[in-house]
Design a protein around this ligand. Structure first.
Ligand SMILES: *Cc1c(COP(=O)(O)O)cnc(C)c1O
Length: 398
């Protein structure tokens, strides 16, 4: 086939059929593969021919998942990993050496922050955080030993947007590797490689799986870089289970339909919440009130599945609001078919001081909603009822 559109690639990319001519890919739960003869085994190990040897290296289910993701992200090559963190870790550990430095955006996923601050320093890999809102700061913070720029957009949980085209140009200018965690957007909404990302990393656990059931990840990007990371991964072992590879490849078939609905529901919830008198702030990339609304429209197809808002009444009210929800799930996960709600100040970011939280944009009353696929009227009603039940204005009136 000459040209296929996104949806078609997500559905029609399949592992080659077995002798049973199955219509859908089977699960290849096998740890190893047999060689036709000693010569073929030799050639496979010498990298003279391509083929599966052992599932820690490659497997038909994981290959299908990765081939599809490469087509969707428009990258040359990729590796499937057991989790999003295995992808973040391997994409950096495979390319960086002692003495190297990473320039990263200040608001990164919690475990990625732990890698930068607690794990990589053990091996002499340092980092500096730069502020999303201050572009000049980024160039000033590049050091002679800087090798990689790492960022997430939209950011978690602030939903700030970083200009990918600008970041792509900055990395080129200084000869750096640009690594973008594209978990929040998925390739359906945004393809960082088009703007100059050399590596695109994913937690497939979120919107790619989309039903809160499988853990997985992926590293995609330039062939030469993936080759280096593949060597690291092959021998350090963050391999994805073929069962999860099968689940995730199947999930990609419906990514576009699910993301359209996630984004549609999220926009409707954000529009409903905007200007609500129980809230101080509502943030959603495709609301006109978002400071980077035009940039979001430039680099994203829709605004994404997450909405954040700040309830009046601080940390107490935030907690009470969560306790008053009847349907929405209280969980730290996101990208699920079920709407999930998190109060970062009392959970994921509770160990930070108030100042540290403010630095990454986490106000005491900030609530993060990952909008699911339920009927949006039911989602809005649950939020509305919880806001009424915990209204701080009631205290005044009685
Ligand atoms: C969840 C998440 C990760 C980590 O992924 P796991 O699959 O949980 O290991 C990394 N980055 C972002 C932005 C995430 O949301």
């Amino acid at each position: 086939m000459e040209h296929q559109n996104f949806e078609t690639k997500a559905i029609r990319t399949q592992a080659s059929k077995s002798e049973f001519r199955e219509h859908s890919s089977p699960i290849y739960m096998t740890s190893s593969f047999t060689f036709e003869d000693a010569e073929q085994a030799r050639a496979l190990f010498a990298d003279e021919i391509q083929g599966n040897i052992y599932t820690r290296f490659s497997n038909p289910n994981n290959n299908e998942f990765i081939e599809k993701l490469c087509l969707l992200e428009e990258t040359e090559d990729g590796i499937a990993t057991a989790s999003g963190m295995a992808a973040m870790f391997s994409s950096m550990a495979g390319l960086l050496s002692a003495g190297d430095h990473v320039l990263a955006s200040r608001s990164v996923f919690g475990s990625t922050h732990q890698l930068f601050t607690k794990v990589f320093p053990k091996w002499g890999i340092s980092h500096t955080y730069a502020d999303i809102h201050n572009q000049d700061e980024w160039e000033e913070k590049i050091q002679p030993n800087t090798k990689m720029i790492f960022a997430e957009t939209p950011s978690n949980p602030g939903l700030d947007i970083i200009d990918l085209e600008w970041l792509g140009k900055l990395s080129k200018k200084h000869g750096l590797i640009l690594n973008i965690d594209n978990c929040f957007a998925t390739p359906y909404l945004q393809q960082p490689a088009k703007w100059g990302a050399d590596i695109v990393t994913h937690s497939a656990t979120k919107f790619i799986d989309g039903q809160g059931r499988a853990i997985g990840g992926a590293i995609l990007g330039r062939k030469d870089l993936i080759k280096e990371i593949r060597f690291f991964a092959r021998h350090s072992g963050p391999a994805l289970s073929p069962f999860n590879g099968w689940v995730l490849s199947k999930s990609l078939e419906t990514l576009h339909v699910r993301m359209d609905r996630h984004c549609d529901n999220a926009l409707k919830l954000a529009e409903y919440l905007e200007g609500h008198d129980e809230l101080e702030l509502v943030k959603y990339p495709f609301l006109k009130s978002h400071p980077k609304h035009l940039l979001a429209k430039k680099q994203m197809k829709h605004g994404g599945g997450l909405v954040t808002f700040v309830v009046k009444g601080g940390i107490e009210r935030g907690r009470d609001f969560l306790n008053s929800l009847e349907m929405l799930s209280l969980t730290a996960n996101l990208g699920d078919s079920r709407t999930t709600v998190t109060h970062p100040a009392s959970t994921t970011h509770s160990k930070l001081t108030d100042e540290e939280r403010l630095e990454v944009g986490i106000l005491p009353g900030l609530v993060r909603v990952s909008v699911g696929l339920e009927n949006v009227e039911d989602i809005i009603r649950d939020v509305e009822n919880a806001l009424i039940k915990t209204s701080i204005k009631e205290d005044v009136s009685v």
